[in-house]
Every structure is written in structure tokens, then in C-alpha cells.
Design a protein around this ligand. Structure first.
Ligand code: SF4
Length: 384
């Protein structure tokens, strides 16, 4: 179990946007995580020995900037009280970008906080999905936020949700995201999860999605940054790890307690971050304890945790036995298996076909083609 690599804290469930594909159930609730929850969570995790040399704190599940700047300064001080000096940690957050201003940029540098901005592409894509409660598109505000990041010289990455509409527009989306100036572009597929019970990608074939991603790969080469897109960066690393006989091992979400997710009230869970706050007909909720009242030792004893661990392990074994991509994937994501197949103990999902199999095929195919020719310098470096 562990070590802890990601501590995911819900600063607030509130979000000022109402994106059409959002899976979060409580985004109108204006509450903030208390300093007591933060301190108890960190103190109990540190006492459990789950933290080794370093870990990341991800402020997630709601719009993190809605919690306010004072919250993060106080939270950072509260966390530092409990984390031993020799342990390194970093703050990360994924924001919808609409609230970023100069003062936020000062804070991002001060703590520091690494920033990802959610933006789906040009207005005709982004503003169809990433809307406020009145249905108004958010792109103009996002662009203002990104301009502040750039003016402050802050690196950032983008994450875009790929929908059926997006799949038709790879060039427009890539060129739009590229001109924003991110150091990495990431794509998440529109998932079936939580209150979002269907995905527009269900009517997109894997081949169509593959063509979209393949074009993203070509465009990355065209701009001289073959590793600009996160999905290809990860696939390269996994493939080269296998070549060097250092397989990637289990996907983090399958490793018990490598990820701990804590909600605004101190309830906690592990495995896929999306599980916290979800309900399932067989499993009920996925809450494994509350840091105000219990810690990691109690969690390890709980039947619920042990059952989840067993079922997730069985799902990983099913992947291992049936899937030739296992060494590049690490057994997928438990939340996608549960919400798509009805059980953690299952293997292939639409999600893994699109995010693992297609991507691995694109990268392998290009590597094979290029090995027959002279490799461009940037690519040769990646493969060295
Ligand atoms: S690609 Fe899919 S089926 Fe294969 S190991 Fe990953 S999750 Fe399992």
C-alpha cells in the first residue's frame, strides 16, 4: 500500500461554472474545507508512515479558486506544521481559469502552486460546453485569466474535454490551444461518471477518436514539440520503460493509498479520485472514514476498504490476463470500470480503448515508421 503520491483535497465543492458534462453533484454548495480538516488529514497521514520523500497536494473537485486566496495561505501554513522538513510537497490545482487575476498569480508564485487551466478550444467548441449557470460561454474570461498567467511569466498546462463535437475539429482545437502558450496540452475524454450518466463519445467510433488523436500527434511534430500533448508524453515513457525493461507498474489509481481523496467535510477515500462523492447500487458510497474521527489504521481494518481492494486487484488481474496493452497501461482506472462495466472486477472500457490503446498504437506506429528513417533531433532525444 502506498506510498502516498497524491493527496487530493476538496477546497470547496462550489463552482462558478456549470459545464454540461460535469460529474460533480454539489457544485452550488458554497463551503470551504476547515483548517481543522486540513490539519487532521495531514497529521493522520503523516503519522501513518504513508508519506515518503515527496508527494503532491491537488486542490480539486469544485473550482479551487472559489475558496479564495486567504484560504490557500492558511492551508499551506497548516500543512507545513505537520509535514516533516525533509519531505517535499507541491501544490497543484486545476482551475476553470475564469477567476485568475494578478493577485492570484502572485499567490501561485509565492506558495508556489502549479496551475492547469480547463479550456476546450475555440469559442464554438468551448462555449457550447463550458458555460455558466445562465448558459453563457466562459472563453472570454478564460482568456483573460491565461493572459494574467502569461504576463506573470507563470508556466501552465491546459486540459480539454474531448466530446463528439471536438473529434471533428482537431486542427482548430490544437492551433487554438497552442497559441495560448501552455507547456503541456492534455485531453480528457468525456466520461460516464457520477451524475453525468452518458457521453457524446458513445456515438463516436474508436477509429474516429483515433484519427483525432493522430492528427494531434502530427500537429505536435509540425510545431516542433512532439511531446507537447500529455497523452503521447505518457505513452512514450511507458513504451520506452518497457524497452528498457522498467515496466511502468500498476496505474496509480489501482494502488491502495497511493491516492487519498478528502472531501470538504473530511470524509476520505482512495483509488480513483472520482469515487469520492459517488454512490453505487452495490457499494453505496465510497467513503472509507473521516479524518476528524479516524485515520489510516482504522481504514486498513475496514471491510469496505478490503473489499474494494480485492475487487480492484481482481480487475487488474483480468486486465493482465486479457490485454496486450497491460504493460503500457497498468490496469486502467477503477472508476471507469465500475461506471462503464458495473464492476471494479472487469477489464476493457471505452475509456481505456480511447486513452490507452489508441494512443499506444499511434505512438508505436510512428516510432516504427521513423526508425526506418532518420529521426528528427527532438524525437531521437525522446527515444534515447
Ligand atoms: S488498456 Fe484497458 S483492458 Fe488493457 S490493461 Fe488497460 S484498462 Fe485493462
Amino acid at each position: 500500500m502506498g506510498p502516498l503520491r497524491l493527496l487530493i483535497l476538496q477546497a470547496t465543492p462550489f463552482c462558478n461554472l456549470n459545464c454540461t458534462y460535469c460529474y460533480l453533484p454539489d457544485k452550488t454548495i458554497r463551503r470551504r474545507m476547515s483548517l481543522e480538516v486540513i490539519e487532521q488529514s495531514v497529521a493522520r497521514i503523516v503519522a501513518s508512515g504513508l508519506i515518503h520523500k515527496e508527494f503532491s497536494i491537488v486542490w480539486h473537485a469544485g473550482e479551487p479558486l472559489a475558496a479564495g486566496m486567504k484560504f490557500y495561505r492558511e492551508a499551506d501554513a497548516a500543512i507545513r506544521k505537520h509535514v516533516p522538513a525533509e519531505v517535499k510537497f507541491k501544490h497543484c490545482l486545476q482551475t476553470n481559469g475564469t477567476l485568475i487575476n494578478r493577485e492570484w498569480c502572485t499567490l501561485f508564485k509565492e506558495l508556489p502552486i502549479s496551475v492547469g487551466v480547463s479550456v476546450d478550444g475555440p469559442a464554438f467548441i468551448n462555449d457550447k460546453f463550458r458555460v455558466d449557470r445562465r448558459g453563457k460561454g466562459s472563453l472570454a474570461q478564460i482568456e483573460q485569466g491565461v493572459a494574467h498567467l502569461r504576463d506573470a511569466g507563470l508556466p501552465f498546462y491546459t486540459i480539454s474535454v474531448v466530446t463528439k463535437d471536438a473529434v471533428q475539429q482537431p486542427d482548430a482545437i490544437f492551433r487554438y490551444l497552442y497559441q495560448l502558450g501552455p507547456e503541456c496540452i492534455a485531453f480528457n475524454v468525456e466520461e460516464i461518471e457520477g451524475v453525468h450518466e452518458s457521453s457524446s463519445l458513445q456515438s463516436v467510433t474508436v477509429e474516429e477518436f483515433g484519427r483525432f488523436m493522430e492528427r494531434m500527434h502530427e500537429l505536435s511534430f509540425e510545431v516542433g514539440q512532439p511531446n507537447l500533448v500529455r497523452e503521447f508524453r505518457h505513452a512514450h515513457a511507458a513504451i520506452m520503460g518497457t524497452v528498457r525493461k522498467v515496466p511502468r507498474g500498476l496505474a496509480m489509481e489501482n494502488n491502495p493509498l497511493a491516492i487519498i481523496n478528502v472531501d470538504v467535510d473530511g470524509n476520505f477515500s482512495s483509488f480513483s479520485p472520482e469515487l469520492l462523492g459517488m454512490k453505487h447500487p452495490t457499494h453505496g458510497d465510497f467513503i472509507l472514514g473521516n479524518f476528524l474521527h479516524s485515520g489510516i489504521e482504522e481504514l486498513k481494518q475496514s471491510t469496505k476498504f478490503q473489499e474494494m481492494t480485492r475487487e480492484i486487484e481482481a480487475g487488474v488481474k483480468a486486465c493482465q490476463a486479457s490485454c496486450e496493452y497491460f504493460h503500457f497501461c497498468g490496469g486502467g482506472a477503477p472508476s471507469n470500470k465500475l461506471f462503464e462495466n458495473g464492476s471494479f472486477n472487469s477489464a476493457e472500457t471505452l475509456h481505456c480503448r480511447m486513452t490507452k490503446k489508441v494512443i499506444t498504437d499511434i505512438v508505436l506506429s510512428r516510432m516504427e515508421t521513423m526508425l526506418a528513417h532518420d529521426l528528427p533531433a527532438e524525437y531521437a532525444e525522446l527515444m534515447a
